[in-house]
Design a protein around this ligand. Structure first.
Ligand code: SF4
Length: 189
């Protein structure tokens, strides 16, 4: 059972973390942000790494850009973004929007593990390969699996990262939004 103090400490640890050289440096524009939202949420979203300026300024993952697709899913599921929990495998923004390095993922996953242990959600939605890789390295196409965490069965969903879907035709974007909304609805039932 986690307390508000535990969460505040975790957020402080993330904000002051400099384990990865060249990350979490204001000068280099690689600031970070802890997870955002409801720590009692039944569903947790995990992205790859923090987006650039909009996410850094808001200190909220998936602000603007491809996050707008998630905003539409939240609206369709009749929830607010702050009602669910949304985080990233890598809490920092990698410079130039590059992919995260393997060592950055390794360094940062203890934070993710802590978040998941404390929240203990019913469902986790992995947005992209890095998040899915945390649970299972073998990725083929959107799918789901059940895993046991702290004695509890949790359903893990793998869907494409919204930045990939954003480049797809409108119909595909709509299916993506509806699929995510459905998982949120089912998790909250
Ligand atoms: S990516 Fe994670 S582990 Fe690396 S510096 Fe940023 S917060 Fe720390």
């Amino acid at each position: 059972m986690s307390t508000e103090n535990d969460w505040n400490q975790l957020r402080k640890n993330i904000k002051s973390c400099n384990l990865c050289v060249g990350l979490n440096s204001e000068e280099l524009g690689t600031d970070n942000a802890p997870g955002y939202g409801n720590i009692n949420s039944k569903v947790v979203f995990i992205g790859q790494s923090l987006c650039g300026k909009p996410c850094i300024e808001a200190q909220i993952p998936f602000t603007g850009g491809s996050g707008k697709l998630l905003d539409q899913a939240f609206e369709e599921a009749n929830v607010r973004k702050k009602d669910i929990y949304i985080t990233n495998v890598v809490k920092c923004h990698p410079p130039g929007n590059r992919k995260s390095e393997e060592h950055e993922i390794i360094n940062c996953t203890p934070f993710l593990k802590q978040e998941l242990d404390w929240i203990s959600p019913a469902s986790i939605i992995c947005l992209g390969k890095d998040a899915w890789g945390y649970f299972n390295k073998a990725i083929t196409s959107p799918c789901r699996k059940e895993v046991k965490m702290a004695g509890k069965i949790i359903t893990i969903h793998f869907v494409y990262h919204p930045s990939y879907i954003k480049r797809k035709p409108k119909k595909e974007q709509e299916s993506y939004i509806s699929a995510i909304a459905e998982v949120i609805r089912l998790s909250n039932d």
